[in-house]
Design a protein around this ligand. Structure first.
Ligand SMILES: [Zn+2]
Ligand SMILES: [Zn+2]
Length: 146
């Protein structure tokens, strides 16, 4: 399997029944360095190791189970409407999306990091947030200027 910049060792959380297929999907999400769609996950599945995983719909069912247990975060890219999933690692990443080539660039910091604390004193308790930035990546900006 391809390995990204992942630290630590893969562990399967308690509280869910771990079938071979679920373990496989979880491992793919765990190795991923960016959110993946069900189709992208399906394409990364080692078909030899998971007999019975024949359809993308299987992946959707597994992802729905993961989502219910809070193991994954589901996001819809506003650019093209793709639904993608990311392992809930306790931290989160925001992305800047290039409108020309659809490349996604992870932001180094969360612009809302301080907002959660500030809002605690108001009538609303913030527990989560979403943010996507849109624009043009370096390469696309360059080709537009040429
Ligand atoms: Zn671009
Ligand atoms: Zn954030």
């Amino acid at each position: 399997m391809k390995s990204g910049a992942v630290q630590g060792e893969l562990q399967y959380p308690q509280g869910i029944k771990w079938t071979k297929q679920r373990k496989c999907v979880y491992a793919i999400l765990w190795q991923a360095t960016e959110p993946l769609s069900a189709v992208q996950i399906y394409n990364r599945v080692d078909k030899d190791e998971t007999e019975g995983m024949y359809a993308v719909s299987t992946i959707y069912r597994i992802l729905a189970a993961f989502e219910e247990k809070g193991l994954v975060n589901k996001t819809t890219w506003m650019g093209d409407g793709t639904v993608v999933y990311e392992l809930n690692r306790g931290e989160h990443t925001h992305y800047a999306v290039c409108l020309a080539c659809h490349k996604r660039i992870a932001l180094q910091n969360c612009p809302f990091a301080h907002v959660h604390l500030e809002q605690e004193t108001t009538d609303f308790t913030v527990t989560a947030h979403k943010l996507e930035l849109y624009g043009y990546c370096k390469d696309c900006k360059k080709s537009q200027e040429e």
